[in-house]
Design a protein around this ligand. Structure first.
Ligand SMILES: Cc1cc2nc3c(=O)[nH]c(=O)nc-3n(C[C@H](O)[C@H](O)[C@H](O)COP(=O)(O)OP(=O)(O)OC[C@H]3O[C@@H](n4cnc5c(N)ncnc54)[C@H](O)[C@@H]3O)c2cc1C
Length: 419
């Protein structure tokens, strides 16, 4: 006999808890369990502020037990195998569980072997990542005495695509306050073709970059970090031999037909992201193509493409939009509506997820551009906020929302399935 749940949720992070709370609120008699190994629940969006020394790290954590909705069972364990043909999930210590409906909300895994030398680099005192330890980032910024400050991101999808830039804008502000900006070059190297894909917000960000004198390198994909020489190697994704010249100001060096090297005094990066093994190695993953390994779901209903009693939510899902907590807030009601219709044998509901996601671009202490968008890089700004505020511009009010409003809403409303 296996322990059976009507709804089994893998992962008790932002997506797992928001969905559990929503389902519990809508239908009280459901037998729901969340499988989650960690005793900690994190509010990761505030890690950008922690990295810039303007938010208290312990305030981004709560006990997992305190966020599990009432009458939902928490299995403190890790899912190790999903057997979708048998409606079963195996775990590290508690054996098998069976389910009627499975919700996959495991988030991402950092692939520290995805860039040569990354593991060693992260041990160095001048290399940091808000994704891994935002407290270290703040330490690195405090110690920085000038030189090249390089900010980069990998060619895999990452959560909160704007996060590698936000910490750079804050670092620039900080360096100006401490007086080291005069002898500093700030470089942002991205594998993408632009710093942001939604045109209504791009203009403002380009003005920010120009005002701050930041050197932008597009089509730069980090492939190797040499911690001994403090150099990072990039593959140029669009090599263009004739017109390319290395930037002398930052002592950039051409190393091969499509490789360049930039020395750094400090380096901030997002690690490459992949789906957790339990998903990547299962039949639920996309099998081929650029989304390989991520959860194969319909982009509007989030229902699995081959197993109708399985849904995905949050960062693990293969969706052509930004992986953010803001996206999860719009996904949870859609998934809940579809699952409940199936459970109650009602016809498919009209609710659809249109790809909403949001990137609160902090552009300095006290400044933020609230970039909201949906599939196809279409602007999707909140109509109520837009009545009063031009969200395509830097705003102090949006900074207040980010620093105080959103964390409060997260713990008190979103995790409780209220919004
Ligand atoms: C630096 C940084 C800045 C960010 N900024 C913002 C922002 O400004 N705005 C915004 O909206 N979002 C932001 N995000 C992104 C946001 O935090 C994520 O998109 C959100 O947490 C996604 O929720 P999730 O549940 O999919 O993943 P998570 O919240 O990461 O939760 C996944 C959970 O699954 C669990 N898990 C993993 N494997 C297993 C397994 N095998 N079995 C059981 N459980 C498992 C994990 O322990 C974890 O608790 C930021 C993230 C970072 C790191």
């Amino acid at each position: 006999m296996y322990t059976h749940y009507q709804v089994l949720i893998l992962g008790g992070g932002t997506a797992g808890i928001m969905l559990a709370a929503k389902l519990r609120r809508e239908q009280k008699n459901l037998r729901i369990a969340v499988i989650e190994p960690s005793k900690d629940h994190w509010y990761q969006p505030a890690w950008t502020l922690v990295g810039a020394g303007t938010y208290n790290y312990p305030d981004t954590r709560r006990d997992e037990a305190s966020v599990i909705p009432e009458n939902v069972t928490w299995v403190q364990d890790k899912a190790t195998e999903i057997l979708p043909d048998e409606n079963k999930v195996n775990t590290e210590h508690s054996g098998f569980f069976s389910y009627d409906f499975l919700m996959v909300a495991t988030g991402v895994k950092y692939d520290l072997d995805g860039i040569e030398g990354l593991r060693e680099a992260l041990q160095q005192p001048n290399v940091c990542s808000n994704y891994i330890d935002p407290r270290k980032t703040w330490g690195v910024l405090l110690e920085f005495k000038g030189g090249n400050a390089v900010f980069t991101q990998p060619s895999t999808p990452i959560k909160c695509g704007g996060a590698p830039q936000k910490i750079m804008y804050l670092a620039d502000d900080h360096f100006r306050k401490t007086g080291v900006r005069n002898n500093t070059n700030i470089v942002f190297a991205t594998p993408g073709s632009t710093i942001f894909g939604v045109k209504e917000f791009l203009g403002t960000l380009q003005e920010v970059v120009a005002r701050k004198d930041i050197i932008i390198k597009t089509f730069y994909s980090p492939v190797k970090i040499d911690s001994k020489s403090n150099e990072i190697h990039f593959k140029r994704m669009q090599p263009d031999q004739q017109s390319f010249t290395a930037n002398e100001r930052i002592k950039e060096r051409i190393e091969g037909p499509d490789t360049v090297v930039i020395p750094y005094s400090m380096l901030h990066l997002a690690p490459p992201h992949i789906a957790p093994d339990v998903v990547r190695n299962s039949k639920l993953a996309v099998q081929e193509g650029p989304n390989k390994g991520w959860l194969d779901v319909d982009i509007n209903t989030l229902q699995h493409k081959r197993y109708p009693n399985i849904y995905g939510i949050g960062d693990v899902a293969a969706l052509p939009t930004g992986k953010t907590g803001a996206a999860v807030r719009k996904q949870a009601p859609v998934v809940a509506a579809h699952v409940l219709a199936q459970i109650n044998h009602n016809k498919q509901p009209a609710e659809k997820y249109e790809g909403y996601s949001s990137c609160p671009f902090i552009t300095g202490y006290g400044k933020m551009v609230l970039a909201e968008f949906k599939y196809d890089n279409m602007r999707d700004s909140d109509p109520f906020i837009s009545k009063f505020i031009d969200t395509t511009k830097e705003q102090y009010s949006m900074w207040l929302l980010k620093k105080y409003g959103l964390p409060w809403m997260y713990w008190n409303l979103m995790l409780k399935g209220i919004m």
